[in-house]
Design a protein around this ligand. Structure first.
Ligand SMILES: Cc1cc2nc3c(=O)[nH]c(=O)nc-3n(C[C@H](O)[C@H](O)[C@H](O)COP(=O)(O)OP(=O)(O)OC[C@H]3O[C@@H](n4cnc5c(N)ncnc54)[C@H](O)[C@@H]3O)c2cc1C
Length: 433
């Protein structure tokens, strides 16, 4: 008996779409499918290529197995969508992602902070491995093809593209598919092609979209002193962000910028507070503890011991035991200490003020750096999608994967990991139908 061929469309050739397509193309049932990947850019994986500063932080080495404890630990890195992601991550934990790329010719390395990169430090190798897999397995890649709208006509998905493309789409100006995977990504770094088109497609197919917000951003401060120490970084500080509704804490690395503050711990806080938009009128309040491993009392005792031994030193030369040299005069200003004071002359009040600043330097956050967020919080509600298959609960044979879902993670490889895992799960589910 002749097998019927299922026509599958995947819109978006980013991380999730490429992994979904590669999974389908390599599946045992691939010969029964026609796989079409549509990408509006002239090349695949624009965002994957620029991710991780062009090196592509493919995944994380922090929780490699699919043992329950590892997966639960991994899920703490997703402010939204963690529960929903569990199933996809059980099936495709970071080690599976690593194994996939290594077995497809891209050796990877895990750095000290547990971020995983290609040994070549070149994100193009990651996209190259996926693209090769599609070509070897006869998946059809349609570049420069901007899908403009989708209709559901009885049981099929009808895709429309721009007029200039109509010639290759036959007389009708549209193409019909049995199964559709939407992997158009979010709304961040729009010049990469991820302009939120998928949200409109999802709505046209009766889905709702949760409120969207930028996540993983740098912050702009009222205080101007960061400009003087722009680039000064700290490997480990305790950061506390107070919003009108919550208090978030994070210990990690950060650095000052010419307008404020950035770095992994700030990105994480901005992710947790994605829906709290800082403004001049409604600022967020950040404090920095430069010594998160010491209590206030321990720091005070150490400070006093050192002050006793260095009594003759000028305060500015004493403070550099605790802070980078370039920050000492800023601290002296903030503590309102006379600049030429010697350490032995420190009054109790001054000492208390300095210790307070070392343990909780306040910064007033009035904005995110516009347009620099890495991901979009919000998207297709996870309640509308089957967690075990990525299939829509509203439309049979419609699937979602990647950033278009209401899932986002911290920096460190967690967003790409979510895209690979959900893309893989969508592909596996379709292949096993
Ligand atoms: C600067 C930057 C650095 C990052 N670094 C990291 C990192 O190191 N590690 C990490 O884990 N995450 C990182 N991220 C986040 C990560 O890159 C994304 O979360 C991930 O790429 C999302 O994958 P996706 O497949 O869902 O969407 P995308 O990768 O955004 O892909 C969506 C694709 O769909 C295409 N498309 C959209 N609409 C249409 C349409 N109408 N027709 C046809 N095609 C369409 C787009 O052109 C795009 O290629 C970074 C993000 C940015 C912006």
């Amino acid at each position: 008996m002749k097998q019927t061929t299922t026509r599958i469309a995947i819109i978006g050739g980013g991380a999730a779409g490429l992994m979904a397509a590669a999974t389908l193309a390599e599946s045992p049932t691939a010969s029964n499918m026609e796989i079409h990947l549509f990408e509006k850019n002239s090349y695949l994986g624009a965002k994957v290529i620029i991710s991780g500063g062009g090196r592509c932080n493919v995944t994380t080495g922090s929780a490699l197995t699919n043992r329950r404890h590892d997966i639960e630990q991994l899920l703490t890195n997703y402010p939204r969508g963690a529960k929903f992601l569990m199933s996809a991550l059980f099936r495709c934990p970071p080690q599976s992602v690593i194994d996939w790329f290594e077995s497809h010719g891209v050796p990877l390395k895990t750095e000290e902070d547990l971020r995983v990169f290609p040994i070549s430090d070149n994100g193009k190798d990651i996209v190259g491995a996926l693209e090769r897999t599609l070509k070897i397995n006869n998946a059809k890649i349609h570049l420069n093809t901007n899908i403009t709208s989708i209709e559901k006509v009885s049981n099929i998905f009808r895709l429309h593209t721009r007029a200039s493309k109509l010639a290759s789409w036959g007389q009708t100006g549209h193409e019909d598919f049995d199964t559709l995977i939407i992997t158009t990504g979010g709304n961040a770094y729009r010049h990469t092609g991820s302009t939120g088109d998928g949200y409109a497609f999802a709505k046209a197919l009766n889905h709702t979209i949760t409120e969207l917000a930028p996540s993983l951003s740098s912050y702009i401060t009222v205080e101007k002193f960061p400009a003087k120490i722009s680039g000064v970084s700290f490997k480990k500080a305790g950061l506390t962000l107070k919003t009108p509704t919550a208090t978030y804490t994070r210990t990690g690395a950060f650095l000052f910028t010419h307008k404020g503050i950035t770095g992994p711990a700030i990105f994480a806080l901005s992710g947790m507070a994605a829906y709290d938009t800082p403004t001049n009128g409604n600022p967020l309040h950040l404090t920095i503890n430069f010594f998160p491993d010491e209590t206030q009392e321990e720091l005070a005792a150490r400070f006093q011991n050192l002050a006793n031994t260095h009594g003759k030193k000028q305060l500015i030369n004493f403070l550099d035991i605790f802070l980078p040299k370039s920050m000492c005069d800023i601290f002296i200003d903030l503590a309102q200490a006379p600049p030429d004071l010697s350490t032995g002359q420190l009054t109790k009040e001054l000492k208390t003020r300095i210790l307070q600043l070392l343990h909780a330097l306040p910064l007033t956050i009035i904005n995110r750096t516009p347009g620099d967020e890495f991901v979009t919080a919000g998207g297709v509600p996870t309640s509308e999608v089957n967690t075990n298959t990525m299939e829509s609960k509203l439309q049979p044979n419609l699937y979602f994967a990647g950033e278009i879902l209401d899932i986002d993670g911290f920096t460190g490889g967690f967003n790409l990991q979510a895209s690979w895992a959900t893309g893989r799960l969508a592909g596996e589910s379709i292949a096993s139908k």
